[in-house]
Write a protein that binds this ligand. Structure first.
Ligand code: ADP
Ligand code: MG
Length: 681
């Protein structure tokens, strides 16, 4: 994973003294390829060698003491190859006995009246130290209080690595990126001192300071990048103006089978304002599951068509792409030519489709990441929409956007991203929110049951089925796995439900079915030829069957909050009361808390904040897709406040225009060279 660059590599690593090809190879294996990598190869921990006052030391704690040898060491051998060395020290007027096991060679090195530093375990009652390390002729100086410990491997030892880093640090000049004002304001050190102290801090206080400064610098540089990129995008004056035909659009909205909610109307207005403006749209449309984002997207795509442009909708799964293609075709009727492109579209069918797309005969292309393949060429694309965008990497989104140089972008998500994080990750994005469900919806009632209550849950489900409703039963895995024996397997569950319900039609859906089979099962569920759909999380996103009012999630503790919320969003899509039952016997506190949160709130915004609190952004977005670089020291969750400060300061610098003054030229060039266009996926 990429890291934010903070340091130049003025010469190649191979120029470092004492670094032959063999060691170079070892360093490479430790992912050290440049001078920068070496300098930023921070210790994984620090051995605390702070000399301590024995009268204050706790019994059985590790201590470091300095003392004077007053007895000739004696060695006793016992057992096979075992030995015990005893020596007496005077430590600050306290006579201390020191024993070293199996280090008989120390005897030759210890002389009467030597001043030595010893590390070991303190036995208060016996006034004895069980030593594991002895350093000679050190006195009070020379020995670093916090000794860096690096991750190493065969071929390189701690000491040479430490020496090498020290040598290189002496030879390079580390540039300062934070202004003196900024450092003053937040009590930060110079970057040069910071880096040095991260290796050789004189004490813990300095180490903490160094950590703060480094974390801030990382976040600040990252934010400069984000906001600079954003400025470049926004000020590109070449963006197309979409001159849609408002009368046609109004007609289209009139003909919808329902009235738009006011939140939907407002979102449409906000998006339309962007479309008409001669700047690229860069907007996030967030709304809880079932809030009706798809129809907002449809209206926009229709508007593009009236202005003579094509549009694209990228979704994370094939099932969702198919569903969208189908429901949008129905919605548009003759008005738009909708096409579907997924991995399953192949051969002549695909060739033909691409040809039509190039000629502009397709108005709206819906698909999975198959949309970003090189040979997918649009005639004149004017709008790119990504649904559940956090599931795509930044690169994938970028590629799709590049299909049309001046394209407007709309991101849709049902997993609301806490705003600070969204801005920090995606840059200053405009946000439209649909915080209102279509009229007549009742909040879903969520309960949490232990496995013992399974039978009762089934009875509750039967009640719903008897009213003519349908149900989802979700379970985590496809087939039995040796590692997760206690997890109900979807096929077993399917079979047991089939025998339990003689008179209800049970269907099975999982990721290992072929696309056609999946589609057929979904279609049958949607046509109410299936009453109970037993499924893995493949139904997680976007699937829309309003008559389904019962959602049972088996082993719910196996899922994260955002997944649970998405799954729950499959019900509650009509005027009928819907239910979600979580079956789980979690063993961990987090597991229990997750179940409780689910029963407490239906609000996706709240859930996402709490999910973030519990798991951090990596998990929240999916580790690889967070769009965040791998910070060396900063932690986006722990240092959340710092991220906000860094964002504001970076924003101030860029928006005030100061950043483009001569004094920041070196910084600008460095960022442009090293950070601006790097990818974090
Ligand atoms: P989302 O994508 O935000 O989860 P959808 O767009 O799938 O939600 O909409 C959920 C359901 O609500 C769909 O059946 C859709 O047709 C319906 N719907 C959308 N907007 C409205 C509205 N204003 N009034 C009534 N039903 C609506
Ligand atoms: Mg949707």
């Amino acid at each position: 994973m990429s890291k934010i660059h903070l340091i130049d590599s003025p010469f190649p690593l191979s120029n470092v003294k004492g670094l032959g090809p063999k060691r170079l190879q070892v360093l490479n294996e430790l992912n050290i390829h440049t001078i920068e990598d070496l300098i930023l190869y921070f210790p994984v921990r620090y051995e605390d060698n702070t000399v301590i006052d024995l009268t204050q030391a706790e019994d059985q704690s590790m201590v470091t003491v300095v003392g004077e040898v007053y007895s000739t060491p004696a060695v006793a051998f016992f057992g096979r190859n075992k030995s015990k060395l005893t020596v007496h020290l005077m430590v600050n007027q306290i006579a201390v006995k020191c024993v070293f096991f199996n280090q008989p060679y120390l005897k030759k090195k210890i002389n009467l009246n030597d001043k030595v530093t010893i590390k070991g375990k303190w036995n208060r009652r016996k006034q004895e130290i069980n030593g594991n390390k002895m350093l000679f002729n050190t006195g009070d100086e020379g020995q670093p209080q916090l000794e860096p410990v690096y991750r190493i491997k065969e071929g390189i030892k701690q000491k040479p690595l430490r020496d090498m880093i020290r040598q290189v640090l002496d030879e390079v000049t580390i540039h300062e990126w934070l202004s003196a004002e900024l450092r003053d304001k937040y009590k930060l050190e110079s970057l040069a001192d910071t880096v040095r102290n991260l290796h050789y801090a004189p004490d813990k206080k300095e180490l903490l300071k160094a950590r703060r400064t480094y974390a801030f610098t990382e976040l600040f540089m990252f934010e400069l990048r984000m906001q600079w990129l954003n400025r470049i995008e926004k000020t590109s004056d070449e963006a197309i103006e979409v001159n849609y035909d408002i009368e046609l659009v109004k007609d289209f909205i009139q003909r919808l089978p329902f009235e738009l909610t006011s939140a939907q109307k407002q979102s449409v207005n906000e998006i339309f304002r962007d479309l008409k403006a001669p700047v690229r749209m860069h907007r996030l449309l967030q709304g809880d599951v079932g809030s009706g984002k798809t129809v907002v997207a449809a209206i926009c795509m229709y508007a593009l068509k009236t202005a003579g442009y094509q549009s694209a909708l990228m979704v994370p799964t094939e099932i969702l792409a198919e569903q969208h293609a189908e429901s949008l075709s129905e919605l548009f009727g003759e008005a738009m030519n909708v096409a579907l492109l997924t991995g399953s579209v192949k051969g002549t069918q695909r060739t033909l489709l691409l040809e039509q797309l190039r000629k502009g005969e397709i108005d709206c292309l819906i698909g999975t990441h198959a949309l970003i393949q090189d040979d997918v060429v649009f005639n004149n694309i004017g709008l790119v929409i990504t649904d559940e965008q956090h599931r795509f990497g930044v690169n994938q989104r970028q590629l799709l956007r590049e299909k049309g140089a001046m394209t407007n972008v709309l991101f849709m998500t049902a997993t609301p991203i806490p705003r600070t994080l969204a801005i920090s990750v995606f840059g200053e994005m405009d946000v439209s929110s649909i915080k209102q469900l279509p009229a007549g919806r009742k909040p879903i009632l969520t309960t949490w049951e232990k496995h013992e209550s399974y039978e009762q849950v089934l009875e509750q489900m039967t009640g719903e089925l008897n009213k003519g409703r349908q149900a989802y039963v979700i379970c985590p895995l496809i087939e039995s796995s040796e590692h997760l024996e206690d997890v109900q397997n979807v096929i077993e569950l399917y079979e047991s439900l089939q025998s339990y319900y003689g008179n209800q039609r049970v269907g099975l859906l999982h990721g290992k079915l072929s696309t056609e089979d999946k589609e057929e099962v979904m279609q049958r569920f949607s046509d109410h030829e299936i009453d109970i759909l037993v499924s893995t999380t493949v139904v997680e996103v976007g699937v829309n069957v309003p008559n389904a009012t019962f959602m049972m999630i088996y082993d719910a503790n196996r899922f994260g909050l955002s997944t649970l919320h998405q799954l729950r969003g499959r019900v509650g899509r009509s005027e009928h009361q819907s239910y979600c039952v979580l079956i789980a016997s979690p063993k961990t506190e987090t597991g229990i808390e997750r179940m409780n949160i689910m029963t407490q709130t239906n609000d996706g915004f709240e859930l996402s904040e709490r999910d973030l609190e519990m798991r951090g952004p990596g998990d929240f977005f999916g580790v690889k897709q967070s769009g965040l670089p791998d910070f060396l020291v900063a932690d986006v969750v722990e240092d959340y406040k710092m991220l906000e400060v860094a964002r504001d300061e970076a924003g101030e610098l860029i928006q005030s225009g100061q950043f483009f003054d001569d004094q920041y030229r070196t910084l600008r060039e460095f960022i442009e060279d090293k950070i601006l266009y790097m990818s974090f996926d």
